[in-house]
Write a protein that binds this ligand. Sequence first.
Ligand code: OOG
Ligand code: MG
Length: 253
Amino acid sequence: MTLSEIATTLDAAAATAKATSQISTTQSFDEDEAYEIQRLSLEKRYARGEKYVGMKLGFTSFAKMEQMGVHDMIWGRLTDAMCYKSGDQLPLAKFIHPRAEPEIAFLIKKDILQEISLEEIPEYILACAPAIEVIDSRYQNFKFSLEDVIADNCSSAAFCIGAWQPLPTSLNDLAISLTFGTQTVQADQSNAILDNPYLSVCNASRLAKKYGEQLLEGQVILAGAATPAEFIPINTKITAKVQTLGSCVLTSV
Ligand code: OOG
Ligand code: MG
């Protein structure tokens, strides 16, 4: 298959919520080609009217890398069609085998046009918030190589951002949890994200520059999950909570 044909296959799998087979088992492609497939598949979404609204990072915690058997940070594109408000219902029929992750989101204050340092964050980032990311690999059994998952827009499927909060001096040592109903299904500290969640912003700026993607005022960055992801059961209230930042809720239907 050409890169464009792979992009079409992955886009169709996402649009119809039907899993497809892993690409790398029958065809080898490298990381740059994987990002090109991702770009081509997103072009199809934009052609249907979806708008790019920001970037997500993946595998920024060891817990996530270990869960999925990969070894490197990845990034994907978020569109307006993936965005849910806290309190919304999440219709599971739109997805193949969705999982939830507790995350931290950042709101961009000023266009980020080059790699930025930790010291520059207050100049470029307006606010942060607790978030839920819903990931839904388009591959059967959620099984993939690093290249496969990059091509598949890093499993991006939906996200929900809680109320924006002013940037604290530090985002370290905050408890992060994911709750289904009344049961806490995952919990860790914010340090699980790159030892400092603010480093996600620096890495997003580096990757945006490297791949020629935008990080503009009003767009968002998802830092990557602090814990492994959990399959979402039906009729369940999903809560992601970040100490001092508050929480964010979706209800699966
Ligand atoms: C890839 C997406 C990883 C994260 O926060 O680490 C991710 C996957 O696990 O399917 O979103
Ligand atoms: Mg994630």
